[in-house]
Design a protein around this ligand. Structure first.
Ligand code: ATP
Length: 445
């Protein structure tokens, strides 16, 4: 399948089945902003829940927080975002489109007569690059003046740094320890695109790990390994995951090392998570700008120091897209094409479909009772319309791992047919045990 076709098919499936819709679609949509539908919200929630479980609940050395999106404007001066969170931008004076100056589609040098606009094809109409800050600005309170400017956060990390002492003191953690957060971030990207890969509003899953100077390289390696394993455990094709090390030209000036976890999307290898050894830049800057001491006192060693930070920063939407791309497949079955989202059962939005074979002989009643029973434990879906094969196909497209059919034997023998999505194998399971059967296989206990 051609790569562009795959993305087109995925976008259309996502709309048809209720994974992702264009924002404000009835008004023509809003550029690169997307809404999650009933299946998409479950899929993305499963990603976030798995991250939270791995990063917060399963560990003793990480605490969670949920900081506000709006922060004191000085935060963004300290972080360097006001001065440096910029992309060079060029305008076409003819068609009024905007591009990043490094847009590979631009021929020639922007600002020069030879430069050609990639949209309207005009020559010499592209402006010189000028720096454009990617932060969304708004005003706090009723007066729209410079003094009232606040920003929508472009990353969640700063909410962690400014709360580091609060968390340390209230949780009685000791270094090394981490703070994790999941939340919205906003970037006025110049060239967003590729569906939910690069959007202007997105969710990050970030963790900042505070360590003693001298131990950062070791923690950095540990975190690299743990984070890559987390992505593998989502069931992603291992060959489609790789490391990309930031070279000297990509590395932030303060960073000691940075690696991206990349996934092979239809549009190329792209970052889904960054693991960064940030040194003492963040706490150092906040200490300087706030005038508050942010040092840690190590009682056992009787020493005081500014902790260094190892960061893991992943996008919940990008990981969700990764799962969709990795799961999509088309197969020929008995002369027909079946579309399957072969999600790992633990992330599948719906865990089981329940189908009465026919709408009579007590089957709908039995199936409804079973459906309600299952719904108490995990998301299930009831479908009594159309041929059973069609119902299975609908569940395949939604990525539902199990289909349960209540048929003629159910009343007599108290068994149902359980059909597994990938192998399409069917097995008879007792009605009383089918909830447990599915729960075990989808990782719900
Ligand atoms: P990129 O180079 O792709 O713009 P970045 O290096 O700026 O990403 P970070 O600032 O390290 O990204 O952000 C961490 C993570 O947040 C990324 O790995 C990605 O998963 C997610 N992310 C960043 N920008 C966006 C966006 N515009 N839309 C969706 N997710 C994003």
């Amino acid at each position: 399948m051609a790569d562009t076709t795959l993305m087109d098919k995925l976008v259309s499936l996502c709309k048809r089945r209720g994974f992702v819709f264009q924002s404000s679609e009835i008004y023509g949509g809003l550029g690169s902003v997307w809404d999650y539908g009933p299946l998409g919200v479950e899929l993305k929630k499963n990603v976030k829940d798995r991250w939270w479980r791995a990063m917060v609940h399963a560990r003793d050395d990480i605490e969670g927080i949920d900081a506000a999106i709006l922060m004191h404007p000085r935060v963004w001066e300290a972080s360097g975002h006001v001065a440096g969170f910029t992309d060079p931008l060029v305008d076409c004076r003819h068609c009024k489109n905007r591009f990043r100056a490094d847009d590979p589609r631009i021929k020639g040098t922007p600002g020069q007569p030879d430069a050609q606009c990639p949209v309207c094809g005009s020559k010499g109409t592209l402006t010189e690059p000028r720096l454009f800050n990617l932060m969304f600005k708004t005003f706090m309170g009723p007066v729209e003046e410079q003094a009232a400017v606040v920003y929508l956060r472009p990353e969640t990390a700063q909410g962690i740094y400014v709360n580091y002492l609060n968390v340390l003191q209230s949780s009685r953690q000791r270094i090394p320890f981490g703070i994790a957060q999941i939340g919205k971030a906003f970037r006025n990207e110049i060239t967003p695109g590729n569906f939910i890969f690069r959007t202007r509003e997105f969710e990050q899953m970030e963790m900042q790990f505070f360590v003693k100077p001298g131990t950062d390289a070791e923690w950095f390696e540990r975190w690299r390994e743990w984070r890559m394993q987390w992505h593998r455990d989502l069931g992603l094709t291992p060959e489609r995951l790789q490391w990309h090390q930031h070279g000297p030209d990509e590395l932030a000036h303060y960073a000691r090392a940075a690696f991206d976890i990349q996934y092979q999307f239809p549009f190329g290898w792209q970052e889904i998570e960054g693991i960064h050894n940030r040194g003492n830049f963040d706490l150092g800057r906040h200490q300087e700008y706030s005038g508050k001491k942010l040092e840690y006192f190590d009682q056992a060693a009787n020493e005081r120091y500014l902790p260094l930070i190892v960061e893991t920063s992943a996008g919940a939407d990008r990981v969700t897209l990764t799962l969709l791309v990795d799961a999509y497949r088309e197969e020929e079955v008995e002369g027909e094409t079946r579309v399957v989202l072969g999600f790992h059962p633990a992330v599948a939005p719906i865990k089981a479909g329940v189908f009465p074979l026919v709408k009579k002989d007590g089957m709908p009643e039995l199936a409804t009772a079973l459906y309600h029973d299952l719904k108490r434990r995990f998301p299930a879906f009831y479908d009594d319309s159309g041929a059973i094969g069609r119902r299975y196909r609908r569940m395949d497209e939604a990525g539902t791992p199990f289909g349960i059919t209540v048929d003629g034997e159910t009343t007599a023998q108290r068994t149902v047919t359980v059909r597994e999505r990938d192998s399409m194998q069917q097995e008879r399971v007792s009605v009383d045990q089918v909830a447990e059967y599915v729960a075990e296989r989808v990782g719900v206990s």
